[in-house]
Write a protein that binds this ligand. Structure first.
Ligand SMILES: [Zn+2]
Length: 349
């Protein structure tokens, strides 16, 4: 039995304190023939820290989770709900404008998901355009004269998207909406309005540190998979390592993201992902970056290490490695060298 150093915490640990680490986190589905780090590279403690504190948190609460829900053959059981801390879907048309929606996986639906409105009360705002201001039952403000006057001329002054009638009546009376009402208060649900609810939503999402760390870990794992443990143990990578493991940001690092995949990468289909590393020009220098594209939609790019000067002893500078894998056959289908920015070793200054 021997001791080994973990690539994240850098602690020497006993063989039995290590387990397998998936290069691509399983929160994005399982991949047959997916890359796995074994041979005492990531310790159990780091591994379970990542699952609990990083991956599980965004598995159902991120833009990527929403993308994953919609694609078939990405195993996700029925009835899973998208959480709303990092992504929000808000109706953007007529009566739906301003209604927050919950997204739920539904295998019988052609899109694999269905939308349910969160329980809200809508008070008419623009009578002609049939637009409402929506509130949770706790946030409903006191009725003003202006609001009451609009309600008096609206055919449906109040919309209820799922609050029980007793609860809603109590609050409407309390806040002055039903005082001396000479308008008809009809409880109407969003579904009553349109027989076939087909409408656009606004999607807003945050890319927070948890999401960035999952992506950084995926590219760093891949770097380790391709170049070996010795390579990633280089102190050049201590900044990115600390960020992934402890969330401590260093001024030496940078993070960028862009819409779509990295320029020259051809995505096999729209459920594909790409992970890899590349050389990136900065101030006349080339720096090593990791990149990850989920569903061909958003690419996360990280500075991993310093300029080639300190890395050249590893002699791998002439290639940029990308792996494509997808959620259709769930296998990693390409493991090839792609020159993303056309920079070759000889041109690196
Ligand atoms: Zn560790």
């Amino acid at each position: 039995m021997k001791n080994h150093k973990c690539i994240y915490c850098l602690q020497m640990k006993h063989e039995k304190d290590f387990n397998k680490e998936h290069v691509v986190p399983q929160m994005m589905g399982k991949y047959e023939n997916g890359y796995v780090l074994s041979d005492f590279q990531v310790c159990q403690e780091c591994n379970s820290y990542f699952s609990i504190n990083v991956e599980n948190i965004i598995a159902l609460d991120s833009y990527e989770a929403f993308l994953r829900m919609q694609f078939r053959n990405t195993p996700m059981s029925d009835g899973r709900k998208l959480q709303g801390n990092r992504i929000r879907l808000i109706g953007d048309e007529n009566i739906f404008k301003g209604v927050p929606f919950i997204v739920i996986t539904d295998k019988d639906n052609p899109y694999r998901v269905r939308f349910e409105s969160e329980p809200m009360v809508g008070i008419v705002n623009d009578v002609e355009r049939q637009e409402y201001n929506y509130y949770t039952i706790d946030d409903l403000p006191e009725a003003t004269e202006e609001v009451i006057s609009k309600m008096k001329i609206a055919p449906s002054p109040i919309v209820n998207t799922g609050i029980s009638k007793d609860d809603l009546d109590r609050v409407l009376i309390e806040k002055g909406y039903l005082k001396n009402s000479c308008y008809s208060y009809t409880e109407m649900s969003v579904a009553d309005v349109f027989k076939e609810p087909d409408f656009t939503t606004k999607i807003s999402f945050k890319i927070d540190s948890i999401m960035r760390r999952v992506c950084a870990k995926t590219v760093f794992n891949y770097l380790c998979y391709l170049n070996g443990k010795e390579f990633v143990l280089d102190s050049n990578f201590d900044n990115i390592r600390k960020y992934i493991r402890y969330g401590t940001w260093s001024e030496q690092l940078w993070f960028r993201y862009s819409k779509g995949p990295v320029s020259s990468v051809v995505m096999p289909n729209d459920t594909s992902h790409v992970v890899g590393y590349m050389w990136f020009p900065e101030d006349g220098q080339w720096i090593l970056c990791g990149c990850l594209t989920w569903y061909g939609d958003l690419t996360y790019i990280f500075k991993l290490g310093e300029t080639q000067k300190s890395l050249e002893k590893y002699n791998f500078l002439d290639s940029t490695k990308m792996a494509c894998f997808n959620n259709v056959n769930r296998t990693i289908i390409v493991d090839d060298s792609v020159h993303v920015y056309g920079g070759r070793t000889s041109e690196i200054k």
